[in-house]
Design a protein around this ligand. Structure first.
Ligand code: SR1
Length: 324
């Protein structure tokens, strides 16, 4: 158990300490992402401690300093923004701690920042929506500002409204709360009352927690003329998409567990002294409910129905595969 890990240039101790510092941990994307991080660290023999800043950026910054003071080997950052984090992250780097971030705008030299190619995520889902509406219709958009991935998705949303002038936004709302899906459901119920049948054709939900809430409200109201186009996917989301009469038609997504695993592999490559990039965008895929079978599927089965879906070959070193 205490045997060191052999890497390309020597060995790494097995008991690597990893701090995973999250802006928030809301919903199934976050839980599947944490599973991916934990599983990959444990496969190398290390330990993970998760810090959840409950959407408080100054708390998040002080967690980075806490982990630095404790002398962890690796800090993984999930969400957050450079204006709050760049200084504590620099203090960590100056102490020799390896830092890999996901979904933020950090640019400190030495940090690898991963994202899901949010432009592509948004465009894939929106393009499917535009084609299904044949370029004309009324939509409700669910979005929240202040998060790097959301701001990027919104850049594409602005372009989409220009590209398809026949598509009109009739309402827009959204907030990140501890009960995002439930709160979205209540807000969507109010929107459905305000816009009776025939006045909404589709919902564009830029987070799966939003898509879940909107889909439940639409289904309960029996408004089967409205389709939901989402972003993200988890096992729970797949179940919802596969329910009979589900309004959730399409989603654009990566596998959140794989995002966590890639982030860990980059950190271990840094520990092993290997070269790592400053940025890495994971390619998303479009998942249309129509390609799913009648029986229930999980994220692990999806590769059978969505071409190229599955574990990525990003950030693998030979020693990680045991072939070095
Ligand atoms: C509030 S930000 C939520 C997003 O973070 C991750 O990027 C997921 O894709 C989710 O949509």
């Amino acid at each position: 158990e205490t045997k060191p890990v052999s890497v390309s240039n020597g060995t790494l101790p097995k008991d690597i300490d990893v701090a995973l510092i999250m802006q928030m941990s809301i919903g199934t994307f976050s839980s599947q992402y944490i599973n991916g991080v934990t599983e990959q660290v444990e496969s190398f023999g290390g330990n993970v401690k998760v810090y959840n800043a409950d959407n408080d950026l100054s708390k998040m910054a002080s967690y980075v300093d806490t982990a630095t003071t404790q002398g962890v080997d690796v800090i993984l950052i999930d969400h957050g923004r450079a204006d709050a984090l760049k200084e504590p992250v620099q203090r960590a780097l100056d102490k020799g701690i390896k830092v890999v971030a996901f979904d933020n705008d950090l640019t400190n030299e030495g940090v690898t920042v991963i994202d899901q190619d949010d432009y592509s995520l948004a465009w894939r889902s929106l393009k499917a929506l535009a084609e299904d509406l044949d370029g004309e219709g009324n939509i409700v958009t669910i979005w929240v500002g202040g998060f790097t991935p959301m701001e990027r998705r919104h850049t594409i949303y602005d372009a989409f409204l220009k590209r398809y002038p026949g598509i009109t936004e009739v309402a827009k709302f959204g907030s990140a709360t501890n009960n995002t899906a439930l709160d979205t459901q209540s807000q969507m119920e109010a929107i459905l009352k305000k816009y009776p049948e025939g006045e909404i054709d589709a919902v564009f939900a830029m987070w799966d927690e939003f898509a879940k809430g909107a889909s439940r409200a639409i289904k309960q109201a029996g408004r089967d003329e409205i389709a939901v186009y989402g972003i993200d996917l988890s096992d729970e989301d797949l179940q919802l998409m596969q329910e009979d009469g589900s309004p959730w038609k399409v989603t654009a997504a990566t596998d959140p567990a794989e995002i966590g695993r890639i982030q860990v592999r980059y950190a271990y490559q840094k520990l092993a002294g290997e070269e790592t990039p400053s940025i890495h965008s994971v390619d998303p895929y479009l998942v249309d409910r129509d390609v799913l079978p009648d029986e229930k599927v999980t994220m692990d089965d999806l590769g059978q129905y969505v071409p190229n879906w599955g574990a990525s070959d990003a950030a693998w070193s030979d020693w990680m595969k045991g072939t070095d």
